[in-house]
Design a binder for this molecule. Structure first.
Ligand code: ZN
Length: 556
């Protein structure tokens, strides 16, 4: 089915709730496992219907935020989703308490139940008003960011458009671009402070309502952490500092040297080469065609996948007025359609759409015939393994996009991939500090961020700049929108880099293992998936030492 053929119909939320209530009753009265499994099938249909329409609205609203119809529909889902979730949980509770649970586990797998138990620990009907308040604040944050309209070198730009200047080969342009960004954050500092302060307060109250000491416990449950905990993450972060940071320091030293600088100011960080970062040479219209060529050359499976994506109109990649910034991949289960949203802007980020977002879409495509929707989608760090590894598997085809600049594009990408690890850990540690100490004032939080800059990015100088005073976190939207969703990228990158190192030696074996991991979707935990694929558990001491060694071999 093509995307344009989808007919939208707003789910009748009252009817959905009634169906769920009937279903929970029916499951509760079931006389055997078979009858309960039939109820699970019906629940899957209900979930798929609602999830599909919800994703569809999300897509249509982000493609044109000015369309009043889909703006209303988005509000409808924002408001009603917690009510839907409440009923879904009630149904799941019947399964969790089922006398036939051993038979159900045999049919559906144990993880299905482990995840349901965690979801239950993350949700309380008493928190619904707080959840709605939280969603409103997150929207306020997004709107505030989107409201930025800055004059820069004769152009009126938003924050996303400003990023292009922040990686300019001209140092003065970069410096001024960051100064322009800082002026926006400075002017709105009180608002950014207020929104975050309220978010922390609300999240802390939700945790307290559920009897948890603080939001860390609840945040982990909300992220469905089913195979590691905060103490393991803390050890991982320290390993990144010990084993990866020295490599990043070398990368940054080399970058400074190449650019003729004695050290990197924070505004020098994104400019990798004195002549500018490699840019794709193809026009926007040519990009999808090149993507098709690349995936056909890669393998039969990926070729079939890319045809499916392009032929069914599953990309919206050209930037246009009214479109939300950024990029994502989502999935419409009812029609078995992944969907990629992006804003091509002429930088390497455009290629990432075809490698990273397409990696997510490839996984959704390969798992499209799975019966249980919950198991067709892995936890988020595993999802990022699908996408970040695909970025590396695309390395041999970079000449299609960059021509004879492909080597530099690969070098910059690999350097970025490794340099990301300390930054990702910094974002994660900051969130732990914030939610373990909800009593901190906004200024105390900024001081904590500034301290973490010294720990994780000692190679950057801020020299009393606004961003050096701990304001940087305000521009990192995950901190506001998706608490504790960030270490996922680090754990995934640690795994993806192992696939890269493996592919250097034996591409065929690495790609086969990757395909097997992708096909397992969410039927296993993240750690079972990566170790099952033959990779090292990222939490194992020494894992990052190998990653650092392989990267240095390639880069120096
Ligand atoms: Zn991703």
């Amino acid at each position: 089915m093509k995307f344009s053929e989808i007919q939208y119909e707003r789910p009748d939320i009252k009817a959905v709730i009634a169906r769920y209530e009937t279903l929970a009753e029916k499951a509760g009265a079931a006389k055997n496992a078979k009858e309960q499994l039939d109820c699970v099938d019906e629940h899957e249909r209900l979930l798929s219907e609602v999830a599909t329409m919800m994703s569809y609205v999300y897509i249509r609203h982000s493609v044109d935020t000015r369309d009043p119809f889909f703006e209303k529909e988005q509000e409808f889902f924002d408001e009603n989703y917690p009510l839907f979730e409440e009923k879904r949980q009630e149904f799941c509770t019947v399964l969790l308490d089922s006398p036939f649970r051993p038979e159900l586990e045999k049919a559906l797998g144990r993880l299905f139940f482990v995840n349901m138990e965690i979801a239950k620990k993350a949700f309380s009907p008493a928190n619904i008003p707080l959840m709605q308040e939280e969603a409103k604040l997150v929207t306020e944050y997004s709107k505030l960011l989107a409201s930025a309209s800055l004059e820069f070198d004769g152009e009126t730009v938003n924050l996303t458009q400003l990023h292009k200047f922040e990686e300019s080969p001209n140092r003065d342009t970069r410096r001024r671009a960051y100064a322009a960004e800082a002026s926006f954050f400075k002017a709105n500092e009180a608002e950014f402070d207020r929104i975050f302060d309220e978010l922390v307060r609300i999240r802390n109250s939700m945790a307290k309502n559920m009897g948890y000491q603080n939001f860390v416990t609840l945040g982990y449950y909300a992220m469905n952490r089913n195979c590691y905990d905060a103490s393991m993450v803390a050890v991982y972060r320290e390993q990144v500092v010990k084993d990866i940071l020295p490599t990043v320091m070398k990368i940054k030293e080399k970058q400074a040297e190449r650019n003729g600088l004695s050290g990197l100011m924070f505004y020098d960080n994104a400019c990798f080469y004195p002549e500018g970062n490699p840019k794709p040479r193809a026009s926007f219209d040519e990009m999808l065609g090149l993507g098709r060529k690349m995936y056909h050359e890669m393998s039969a499976e990926t070729g079939e996948f890319i045809d499916y994506m392009i032929d069914n109109e599953l990309f919206d990649s050209i930037a246009k007025a009214g479109k939300q910034p950024g990029g994502y991949c989502t999935y419409l289960p009812e029609f078995k359609l992944p969907y990629i949203f992006a804003n091509f802007n002429g930088t390497s980020a455009d290629v990432d759409v075809l490698t990273h977002e397409a990696g997510h879409a490839y996984q959704a495509y390969r798992a499209r015939n799975m019966k249980i929707l919950e198991l067709s989608q892995a936890t988020l760090e595993a999802c990022e393994v699908h996408s970040m590894s695909m970025e590396f598997f695309c390395y041999p085809f970079m000449n299609l996009f960059y021509g004879d600049d492909a080597d530099r594009a690969r070098e910059a990408h690999l350097s970025d991939a490794v340099s990301f690890l300390p930054y990702g850990c910094m974002v994660d540690e900051f969130q732990h500090v914030v939610y373990e100490h909800p009593e901190l004032t906004p200024n105390e939080r900024k001081a904590e961020w500034a301290k973490l800059e010294d720990k994780y990015r000692p190679f950057l100088r801020f020299k009393g700049d606004f961003f050096g005073e701990g304001m940087w976190f305000m521009r990192q939207s995950h901190i506001y929108k998706n608490p504790f969703y960030y270490i996922d990228y680090c754990l995934a990158q640690t795994s993806a880099l192992q696939f890269w190192a493996w592919a250097q030696k034996d591409r065929k074996a690495a790609f086969t293992a990757y395909n097997a991991l992708v096909e397992k979707a969410g039927t296993e935990t993240f750690l079972d998936l990566v170790t099952g694929a033959g990779l090292k558990n990222p939490f194992t001491p020494g894992c990052l030492v190998d990653v650092a060694k392989e990267t240095e071999k390639q880069l120096f």
